[in-house]
Write a protein that binds this ligand. Sequence first.
Ligand code: NDP
Length: 451
Amino acid sequence: MGVDKAEDLNTFMEGVVARNPGEPEFHQAVHEVAMDIIPYMADKPIYKDLRILERMTEPDRVVSFRVVWEDDKGELRVNRGFRVQQNNAIGPYKGGIRFHPSVNQGVLKFLAFEQVFKNSLTGLPMGGGKGGSNFDPKGRSDREVMRFCQAFMTELHRHIGPDTDVPAGDIGVGSREVGYLFGQYKRLVNRFEGVLTGKALAFGGSHVRTEATGYGAVYMMEEMLSHHNEHLEGRSCLISGSGNVATYCAQKLIENGAKVLTLSDSNGVIYAREGLRQEHIDWVKDLKNGRRGRIEEAAKEFGFNFREGKKPWGYKGELAFPCATQNEINESDARSLIKQGVRAICEGANMPTTPEAIKLFGAQKNVLHAPSKAANAGGVSVSGLEMSQNSLRLQWSESEVNERLRKIMKDIHSECIEHGVQKGGHVDYFKGANIAGFTKVANAMMAYGVM
Ligand code: NDP
């Protein structure tokens, strides 16, 4: 980046930081995009004159609300709920709901901002949004989770709708929570409509939605490898997390003959020297979704190694799939992965890599690195397909949805190549995804005039 562009970036970021104090994750997400988009706009003054990037960093709307609910002891609890409606230039706001104690406005703004680019990349007509609460479902009974979801939706329902804003799940919000949220919405508006995705198959859900983010990340990895004349089969893989994205990522890798060595949660990491088998993944899914236990229990059950408080990145593996949370690969993790010969990183979680780590990976010409906005777009893609099926009032078969998902991930990869190939053939997947995601939204915003 030249001196002028670096100055432009600094000035731009100073404005973003001043307007959004105390929101480091949001600053990080915007910086990551602006680094590519500011140089890209240099010979396209129209974007600059119309302040498109600046407008994209300002959410259309942020709704914050009180959520009061009663726990099993009859005591009242108070949490805060949010919905960030970031941008609806190319379709209704779309993005998940996260229930986790770390949720705050800045975290949701980073996720909503990322979502705008991701949804654009899918090629489907979806704008970007994100919501959630600092509610911690861990250790809460089923009834408590139900009462919380009902209280949360009692306020949220005024702000969403099938043509306005269509939320989905995220960390802490799986099919159980989506069921409670949808049930309450239906009760309040007295209409059965596709206002949430990730619903169960019995009431308007789509085949492959549960699997989509994890499967999509593996399809992305396959595309990256095949572009470089390589394959998945036999490759050793490190996965973090043990929730929805991690388990389906593991499942698809095992199905395709790769060797999955690790899974983790916020307590630590399990390591299976001989590789995890499908029966282990099924057991972990049951542990997490049914009994809501800790990953350490899998180590005890199957004799795997468990390292408390550790992440998977200290182990040797060729392919890394961070599938837990933001900033889970820091500089020292990146150094360790590089030292152990990592070939590719495919981001299942949102923004799992710190800027320092991205820089380190980027400096290695033999390391491929797919950013979350491309690599984990499979989830929202099938959510988009769920919306289409709801509008048509029909349900496509599993193989049909899976084929569409594959095609979308292939197209996303091609878009990254189109805008990200560097001299010498190295692909900057971050740059490719940022530019491809940006142009579609920017062009729609320009068509609407100044608003
Ligand atoms: P789940 O709630 O199903 O699982 C989350 C997993 O990550 C759990 O194993 C959890 O461990 C771990 N985790 C969460 N927070 C932390 C933390 N602070 N430190 C260490 N581990 C942590 O969520 P998902 O699998 O749905 O989501 C995982 C990631 O993928 C998120 O970044 C999400 O935004 C992203 N994503 C999800 C999509 C989806 O379709 N579900 C779509 C696109 C992106 P523990 O139980 O100990 O908290």
